[in-house]
Design a protein around this ligand. Sequence first.
Ligand code: PLP
Length: 382
Amino acid sequence: MERIYLDNAATTPLDKDVITEMVDVMTNYFGNPSSIHAQGREVRTLIEKARKNVATLLNAVPSEIFFTSGGTEADNMAIRSGIAAYGLKHAITSKIEHHAVEQTLGILLKQGIIDKLSYVNVDSKGNVDYNHLEELLQNNERSFVSLMHANNELGTLTNIELVGDLCEQYNAIFHCDTVQTMGHYTHDVKKLKAHFIVCSAHKLHGPKGVGFIYVNHKIKINPMMYGGAQERNMRGGTENVYGIVGLSKALSTAYAEMNLHQEHIQGLKNYLMERLMNEVSGVSFNGETEADKSLYTVLNVSFPEMDMADMLLFNLDINGISASGGSACSSGSNIGSHVLTGILADPGRPSIRFSFSKYNTKEELDFVVEKVREIVAQNITV
Ligand code: PLP
């Protein structure tokens, strides 16, 4: 049997149409998009076509889209540029953001660029406390807010429309890490009151090492990278043309197939949840699981304490199943998941994140359940 890939929140396999489009560009175009001759101009056209396509899908204008090397760079750019543009001294985030956000804000605090970093409360399922967010916005000077759309470990969704409204009310700048939801839901930047949203192509069957940031046209930012006039002076360096073309194709495909895949993947998630609940004793789920509160591609499962908790993922791996794992840090002795620690998950219980894509099948999940049952039965603490 072929390996079963259930780690799609980490990365996804490339879509065949994306490969075809990228290979065509790799084969037939090599000019530097900054060159003014015909071979440069034709490559420039490819980039600008991709930018227009991305902008159209997001209801943005092309000048609001900047291509980056992926989600981490886009998050860095949003945070550093947004804070610098307005000289903000206070930022609000949560303890369960991706490291790209968490560590960037931490460094800005350490460097004295901001002088206060507030953490909005989250509940045991990773839901933001919106009343607390309002309190923080109310009781502080103008703030920079960075909150993710879907948590990459738990799948819990944030009501980013509400966050956008609150930010507008208190004149805050809002950055939303949309890496895990781009291509899984539609984002209409004219409705969403976020100043920055971001994308990483490899999370939606596109290539690695490429992404973009949407910067609302009202925000005037300074360059992130110096040394060239690319990306309208905001990010020096010759563009990743093949990646950009692949990203654009991946996003178009995701939008075109969204309803179909959403239904299929949500069905897989429900199926796995139900079978694990009914057939493996002591199983529970981390984060929200209801369809309207949870990203349909992610299911984080908490297993009962077992003798060889560390071996759970390893055992799945040797049985041909790829997934991700983690546990809350126990007394600082091991570096566990800061997200599970942030929601105060039981440090004794191992957790596995299963994350799905359009390529997964019910039959694969049958095999996964069978193997999980075997492994848990062998390792359970009596
Ligand atoms: N933000 C979130 C929520 C993510 O899940 C990831 C990737 O795991 C990133 C940012 C970073 O993206 P990239 O791998 O493109 O740097």
